[in-house]
Design a protein around this ligand. Structure first.
Ligand code: GFB
Length: 310
């Protein structure tokens, strides 16, 4: 990727897109194109067609998506499949029409079968049934991977797919009904501490295992792979270590300094029992995560809850 290349970061206001923009700027890429959803509705075919015809970007990071935690995925099932399919259909197709040199499609670890062997190797894609709570989102993301591969096969497009594990970092969503577990726990423990509460509710049994990657590490990996990786299929982006939701809750409790108890709410779903990425392909490509979980959570906690209130 040349420093003066015209790079479109789709979804630049989200946690992932904003981290990619920060990373690109830091690396000296200054010819970035960004559009808010009110300026360009990526679900609208005509708008996306017009945008690509006019702008003709050289590179595209497709980080725009409708995302959310386990309850949001399960409650807005139609929106998750429709909006994600619409966004990626439009962006991938018109990127090809505009002659984009390379496009990176970002998926998710939930594309793998619910009970796949662990750690999750890239070749486990489409080898078994999906986790029901996020099946519509996963199906859309699987379609995105297959679409990139089909455009590579038929039209010779250099479109690549990367699958990040569960992410956290600046610009996350802290809405307790829609967010992922980490921002939810930070908010719940912080508010419980502020309000002098004795108990914090943690959804599910606490036994599921999840892997967490700081979004700055993800952005670093994406920019690195955009410059070095040109293959069909997919590559996992993760840290290669996981933690139980109970231990994560205890870690967040400790970082926040909450002194009360945890209560596990069994009426809420656990989701997939485990989804640990196999990162040997990624390591073989020359990239490793750097930000440790305690360090990353501590930074995010300070940035979001401490800095903003002083
Ligand atoms: O992060 P999360 O919502 O999504 O939940 P998934 C992870 C685990 O944390 C589940 C538990 O077992 C939740 O029950 N959990 C405990 C909580 N307390 C809370 C809480 O207060 N809020 C939330 N949200 N969870 C999503 C998928 O799955 O992960 C998406 O639905 C996507 O499609 C994303 O793949 C990365 O890891 O289960």
């Amino acid at each position: 990727m040349e420093k003066e290349a015209k790079i479109f970061v789709a979804g630049h206001k989200g946690m992932v897109g904003s981290a990619i923009v920060r990373k690109l700027k830091k690396e000296g890429f200054n010819n970035l194109i960004v559009r808010s959803s009110s300026e360009l509705d990526l679900r609208n075919q005509e708008s996306v067609k017009g945008f690509f015809q006019e702008q003709k970007p050289d590179y595209v990071f497709l980080a725009a998506a409708k995302v959310g935690g386990i309850i949001a995925n399960n409650s807005y099932r139609a929106d998750f499949i429709y909006e994600n399919l619409a966004i990626q259909n439009n962006v991938i197709h018109y990127a090809k029409e505009a002659g984009v040199k390379k496009l990176m499609f970002l998926g998710s670890s939930c594309i793998y079968p619910k009970l796949a062997p662990q750690p999750l190797k890239e070749e486990y894609l489409l080898t078994g049934p999906l986790e029901p709570t996020n099946e519509p989102y996963a199906i859309a993301k699987i379609a995105g991977i297959k679409m990139c591969d089909a455009y590579r096969d038929q039209y010779g497009c250099n479109f690549v797919s990367v699958m990040p594990t569960n992410l956290y970092g600046p610009n996350d969503n802290y809405d307790l009904q829609k967010s992922h577990v980490l921002p939810a726990l930070l908010r719940k423990f912080h508010e419980a501490k502020e309000q002098g509460k004795d108990v914090v509710e943690v959804w599910g049994s606490g036994t599921p295992l999840r892997e967490f990657l700081h979004v700055d590490d993800l952005a670093d990996a994406c920019v690195y792979l955009m410059q070095t990786y040109n293959e069909p299929g997919l590559v996992n982006i993760g840290v290669g270590e996981d933690i139980s939701i109970k231990d994560l809750a205890l870690l967040v409790k400790d970082i926040v300094g909450f002194e009360g108890e945890l209560h596990f709410d069994a009426t809420k779903p656990d989701g997939t029992p485990r989804k640990l990425m196999d990162v040997s392909k990624l390591h073989g490509l020359g990239w490793k995560a750097r930000i440790g979980l305690r360090q990353g959570i501590t930074e995010v906690y300070r940035q979001h809850f401490i800095t903003e209130t002083v």
